[in-house]
Write a protein that binds this ligand. Sequence first.
Ligand SMILES: Nc1ncnc2c1ncn2[C@@H]1O[C@H](COP(=O)(O)OP(=O)(O)OP(=O)(O)O)[C@@H](O)[C@H]1O
Length: 234
Amino acid sequence: MLELREITAGYDRRAPVVRNASLTIEPGEAVGLLGPSGCGKSTLARVTALLHRPDSGTLLLDGEPVRRWRHRAPRELRTTFGVVFQQPRLSADPRLRLADLIAEPLRANGLHEEITERVADLSAAVGLTPDLLTRRPHEVSDGQLQRACLARALALRPRRLICDEMTAMLDASTAAALVAAVEHYRRTTGASLLAVSHDPTLLHRWCDRVITWETLTEGHVWETLTEGHAGATA
Ligand SMILES: Nc1ncnc2c1ncn2[C@@H]1O[C@H](COP(=O)(O)OP(=O)(O)OP(=O)(O)O)[C@@H](O)[C@H]1O
């Protein structure tokens, strides 16, 4: 279970881009977040994935308030999230071959002995052929690089996926293949999903439930969280 309660976040405390956003995602549930460009969806997605500390509000993971974000967040919490962003070229180290890109989280977590087998499984799951694994990002298409970024996001078998405009830059068939790979992973693991997009057709096809930005930020009053309220304190 993941709950965002009255999250306010942004890049300038005097002018937050997310105001009082509340959202609950049940285990295994796929929730689509729909909103116009620039409204703050990516910022909220990054707060959810422990990548951006909110100004105020509470994020609860399995009922426990999160107290630390970014590098301060406990590794065992961070690794419950698999995140895919819109622009693979911004999130991929240009020096790495695709096999090493996919293996990054395994290496960072000391799982060296699993790398060969996991990279083979993950690349097959996202539709990357072995010949592509020895190439570097500038030698592959955006779609192929995004497939590698999805494989990297799945490497540690996360319980929660966040796909932030994952398919926005891709042609229809690559987009469908990536969504299918996410759904296959979710069916086999029971992972939940937050899919962020400005495309209602995509989200309605993909998700159990689609919420709009306006609904999210209407401002719910939470009365139960007064005792032990951690807020955003780190
Ligand atoms: N690092 C940053 N520093 C300052 N302002 C930022 C930063 N990142 C985003 N913003 C601003 O915050 C607002 C919300 O951006 P965000 O990327 O969260 O929106 P979005 O809904 O995901 O948009 P899009 O669909 O275009 O990606 C925008 O006005 C954006 O310019």
